[in-house]
Design a binder for this molecule. Structure first.
Ligand SMILES: Nc1ncnc2c1ncn2[C@@H]1O[C@H](COP(=O)(O)OP(=O)(O)OP(=O)(O)O)[C@@H](O)[C@H]1O
Ligand SMILES: [Mg+2]
Length: 245
């Protein structure tokens, strides 16, 4: 009996190792790619500096571009940090309506600039879950930034929060082109992007944050087109009273 199980177990261990290696390769190549571009920009300037140091325009450009590219690398480090930080200990009871509406407020000016019609629907009573406020804000901000990015001017965006007996369900939908069916499985992968200057970390971070909140994060396309992201959080339940001995 046991000897029959061993090869199966070995197969499973081998499969897991291969999966981890593939994931590591994806992360490593993504990080390398993200760091290479800013480095090349800075290196090129540094190389020309001895010959051009009295060219005021050159020095000005160097300062501006080096600062921008360094900020890009700093942002990458910050985002990788979010991706790797387990926040279980920081979870506390909070009203999910708060990070949702705050994220919408943060994006308000960007939405207005593009003339997007934004509808926000939240229940009249608190949606209590256990969570980390800043991370949840990050999750909704990333979803809203993507929706903003994907939706053409004068398009529509809808953010909805609903509660069932057991869950709080947040929905973000837009009237952009949606996610091509063959890419639906890949959008949560770190460094997967279809955007020119995207890093492809936004949704990977959302997925990591959802996971630490025991939430299910899903993507689909609406029948009429446009992406639909849902995040389903277990509602906080009162801790059972300690049993007296
Ligand atoms: N609302 C949306 N509509 C259509 N496609 C989307 C939407 N949100 C995400 N995507 C697709 O998923 C990809 C990954 O999104 P993700 O947020 O992880 O990275 P990104 O937006 O490309 O870059 P960044 O790291 O700056 O967020 C996007 O490049 C895009 O192809
Ligand atoms: Mg994004």
């Amino acid at each position: 009996m046991f000897s029959d199980l061993t090869p199966l177990k070995e197969l499973e261990t081998g499969r897991r190792r291969a999966e981890r290696l593939a994931y590591f390769e994806m992360l490593a190549s993504g990080i390398a790619h993200e760091i290479k571009n800013p480095l090349v920009a800075i290196k090129t300037f540094a190389h020309l500096l001895p010959r051009r140091h009295s060219d005021e325009r050159f020095i000005e450009d160097f300062g501006r571009i080096a600062t921008r590219e360094i900020q890009r690398m700093e942002r990458l480090l910050e985002r990788l940090h979010t991706l790797s930080r387990p926040s279980d200990r920081l979870r506390q009871p909070l009203d999910l309506r708060v990070p949702v509406t705050e994220a919408v407020e943060t994006m308000r000016a960007a939405f207005e600039e593009k003339n997007l019609v934004v509808t926000v629907v939240t229940p009249p009573t608190p949606c209590m879950i256990r969570g980390a406020h800043a991370e949840l804000g990050q999750l909704f901000l990333n979803l809203l930034m993507n929706a903003h990015e994907a939706t053409p001017p004068r398009g529509m965006l809808r953010v909805e929060l609903a509660v069932t007996e057991t869950h709080a369900i947040a929905t973000v939908l837009d009237t952009g082109p949606g996610v091509p069916a063959e890419l639906l499985d890949r959008v949560f992968e770190p460094f997967f992007t279809t955007r020119q200057r995207g890093s492809g970390l936004g949704l990977a971070i959302c997925a990591a944050i959802a996971q630490t909140h025991d939430a299910k994060l899903k993507v689909a396309n609406q029948p009429a087109g446009g992406a639909l992201f849902t995040a389903e959080f277990p509602l906080a339940v009162a801790a059972p009273a300690p049993v007296s001995a």
